[in-house]
Design a protein around this ligand. Structure first.
Ligand code: MLT
Length: 230
């Protein structure tokens, strides 16, 4: 029997962003998001360890981990820290490189915004850049606005300080699919191509007409590219 697919969400959403794919596996809230409140974690490695603990609690030994954007950062850290638990990777709209100075400034602005105006305002500031069309923005905003502002801050700190995962890509031997929206302006096609070249066992799939949240904007094409045929 093949390993289950575990979905890890992007920022500033929670597992509900995988609604259109939910029947294909199980979506887990990262620590602090959705229903997994409680003590916050502030590094990508700690998010990764926390997902492994959740897999333990659910009796899952090995999983195909599908992470979008922040979820992809966590998936790469899970592979580095818990390799034997990973049966495959789906790296969607994500990248291996760390934040540059401009991105770090954006994190600082969003930390202030999360505390002063709330997580909904953090999403509003991102929406024009992360979506190819604004059709899904209201539903996504509802999910974002329901998050704990301090969990948003913790995730921003974790993403700001995440290590460069580039050197680890060549060590990935499990089957890997790299998926990217053709209009992704946060983690664009060039990042996806670099990852696909560095990972020996990877295939690259471009979702035409989708932005950064390709699973939400083009659910059928995403399913075909990322989920079919494992
Ligand atoms: C995400 O979608 O998870 C974020 O845009 C990732 C990031 O800000 O680096």
């Amino acid at each position: 029997m093949r390993a289950p697919i575990v979905f890890l969400h992007g920022f500033p959403l929670d597992r509900r962003m995988w609604e259109a794919q939910a029947d294909a596996g199980m979506a887990i809230d990262l620590r602090g998001f959705g229903e997994r409140r409680g003590a916050l974690v502030r590094t990508i490695d700690a998010f990764a360890d926390d997902v492994i603990a959740e897999l333990d609690a659910r009796g899952i030994d090995r999983a195909i981990v599908c992470g979008l954007s922040m979820g992809g950062y966590v998936a790469l850290a899970m592979h580095r820290r818990h390799r034997t638990r990973i049966a495959g990777l789906i790296l969607a709209d994500t990248k291996a490189t760390p934040d540059d100075d401009e991105a770090k400034k954006g994190r600082a602005a969003n930390i202030v915004r999360a505390r002063s105006e709330g997580p909904g305002a953090v999403f509003d500031a991102m929406a024009p850049k992360v979506l190819a069309s604004q059709e899904h923005a209201p539903a996504m905003r509802t999910i974002a606005a329901s998050q704990d502002p301090e969990a948003i801050v913790a995730a921003l700190e974790a993403m700001r300080d995440r290590p460069d995962a580039t050197a680890e890509l060549s060590a990935i031997e499990v089957p890997t699919r790299i998926v990217v929206g053709s209009d992704d302006r946060v983690t664009p096609l060039a990042d996806a191509e670099r990852m696909a070249r560095a990972i020996g066992n990877a295939t690259l799939h471009v979702i035409e007409g989708a932005g950064h949240f390709s699973n939400i904007e083009r659910p059928e094409a995403f399913r075909h590219a990322a989920l079919d045929g494992w």
